[in-house]
Write a new protein. Structure first.
Length: 365
C-alpha cells in the first residue's frame, strides 16, 4: 500500500475522502470474506453461495480499485511556466505534455507564458504553489529559478536549461541537486561548436558573440566557448543587449567589428531572430547559432538538439516522480541524447560559405 498512500497524499481533499472510503470498503469486504471462509459451510448450497458471493465481491473490488485509480489520475495537475514563446521552448513544452499525457491521460496542465519577463515567472510560480499543484515544469533558466524560489517541497523539473549549477548557484555540482529539483539540459558540446565554426569560417579572424546580459545561461555559454574559440586562433568579443529593444543596435555593432557571429541558446535572441537577420544579412555576416530555432531565423548553421525530444524526456521523468514515486532529490539531470550538424543551403550560398560533409539541410522559417 506504500505507493497508494503516496498517491492519496498528493490528491485533493475531496479525492482523499473518496479514495479513503473506497479503500475501507475493499478492506472490510476482504476481511468479511476471510471470516466467512473460516466458518465451516453447512451444506453444498451454502458453499456455492459463498463462492458466488466471493466472485461478485471480487468484481466489485476491481471496479472500486479502477475508480480509485481514475480519481488519482484525474486529480493530478502540473503547472508549466515557460519564459517566452519561441520555437525551441514551444517544442520542449509540447514534448513534455505529450509524454506525460500518453502515460497519464487525465493529467491536467496549467500552462503559462511569462513573455520574457523574469518577475512574471515568479508570479506564475507563486500561483502554482498557492494552488498546491503536484509538479512544476520550469521551461528555461529564469522559469526554473522562479520555481525554485517559490517552493522547496513541490517537485520541480527544468527543461531547456543550459547549466543547472549556474542556474541554481551551486558550486559543488555532482549531477543531482539534492533537493526538489531535477530535469534536462540543452547544453551542446561547446568545444564541438567551436570546431564547427572553424571548419565553416576558416578565414575569419574576429568572432562576435551576441546575447542577453540578463540570461545566466548565455553568460555561461559565452564564457565557456570563448576559451575554445581562442584555442582555434580567433579573437573573440562579446556584444550584449539588456532586452529586445537593443537587439538591432547591438547586432549592428557586432557585425561592424566581426567576421562572423556566434549566438548561444539565448531566449531573447531566439525571440528576435527577424531583427537580427535583417541586420546580419545586410552586413553579409554569417551567424553560427547555438540551436536550430535561432539558426532557422537568422543563422547559417548550428550544432543542435531536438527540443521536442528533450521535453519528452522531461515528461517521462515527471511520470516517474508522480506515479512511480521516484525521489527527485536523487534524479540525475539528463542531457540530450543526440546533437546534429545542420545548415541552411540558401544562406550559405548567398554568403559564399562552403559547407563540409556531415551537415544536414534545414529550411529557414
Amino acid at each position: 500500500m506504500g505507493k497508494e498512500r503516496k498517491i492519496i497524499e498528493k490528491s485533493s481533499e475531496n479525492s482523499k475522502t473518496v479514495l479513503t472510503k473506497l479503500c475501507k470498503r475493499i478492506y472490510n469486504g476482504v476481511a468479511l470474506l476471510k471470516n466467512n471462509r473460516k466458518r465451516p459451510a453447512c451444506s453444498r448450497i451454502e458453499k456455492i453461495g459463498r463462492a458466488t458471493t466471493m466472485k461478485k465481491f471480487a468484481a466489485i473490488a476491481l471496479t472500486l480499485a479502477l475508480t480509485a485509480s481514475a480519481a488519482c489520475a484525474g486529480a493530478t495537475t502540473v503547472g508549466i511556466c515557460q519564459l517566452v514563446q519561441h520555437e525551441a521552448l514551444d517544442a520542449a513544452t509540447q514534448g513534455f505534455k505529450d509524454a506525460l499525457t500518453e502515460k497519464m491521460p487525465d493529467v491536467k496542465f496549467d500552462e503559462q507564458n511569462a513573455a520574457g519577463d523574469a518577475s512574471t515567472c515568479s508570479t506564475i510560480c507563486t500561483k502554482f504553489v498557492t494552488n498546491d499543484y503536484d509538479l512544476i515544469l520550469g521551461n528555461a533558466t529564469a522559469a526554473l529559478q522562479a520555481a525554485s524560489a517559490a517552493t522547496d517541497s513541490i517537485p520541480i523539473l527544468g527543461t531547456s536549461i543550459t547549466d543547472y549549477a549556474t542556474a541554481l548557484d551551486m558550486s559543488d555540482w555532482s549531477g543531482t541537486t539534492g533537493k526538489n529539483i531535477s530535469g534536462t539540459t540543452d547544453l551542446a558540446p561547446l568545444d564541438e561548436q567551436a570546431k564547427c565554426i572553424k571548419e565553416l569560417f576558416p578565414d575569419a579572424r574576429n568572432i562576435g558573440i551576441i546575447y542577453c546580459s540578463s540570461e545566466p545561461n548565455s553568460i555561461y555559454q559565452s564564457t565557456t566557448i570563448t576559451k575554445y574559440l581562442e584555442d582555434e586562433g580567433y579573437t573573440v568579443k562579446e556584444y550584449t543587449f539588456s532586452d529586445s529593444n537593443d537587439v538591432a543596435a547591438v547586432t549592428q555593432s557586432a557585425c561592424d567589428a566581426s567576421d562572423a557571429i556566434y549566438i548561444p541558446t539565448d531566449n531573447t535572441a531566439a525571440s528576435c531572430t527577424e531583427a537580427i537577420n535583417n541586420v546580419a544579412s545586410q552586413a553579409k555576416k554569417p551567424i553560427f547559432a547555438g540551436e536550430e530555432g535561432i539558426a532557422k531565423g537568422c543563422g547559417v548553421a548550428t550544432l543542435s538538439i531536438s527540443y521536442y525530444d528533450l521535453g519528452y524526456t522531461t515528461g517521462e521523468m515527471a511520470y516517474d516522480i508522480l506515479v512511480n514515486g521516484t525521489d527527485i532529490k536523487t534524479m540525475e539531470v539528463k542531457s540530450a541524447p543526440k546533437f546534429t550538424k545542420e545548415y541552411l543551403p540558401d544562406r550559405a550560398k548567398e554568403l559564399g560559405i562552403t559547407v563540409p560533409d556531415g551537415y544536414e539541410e534545414i529550411s529557414a522559417e
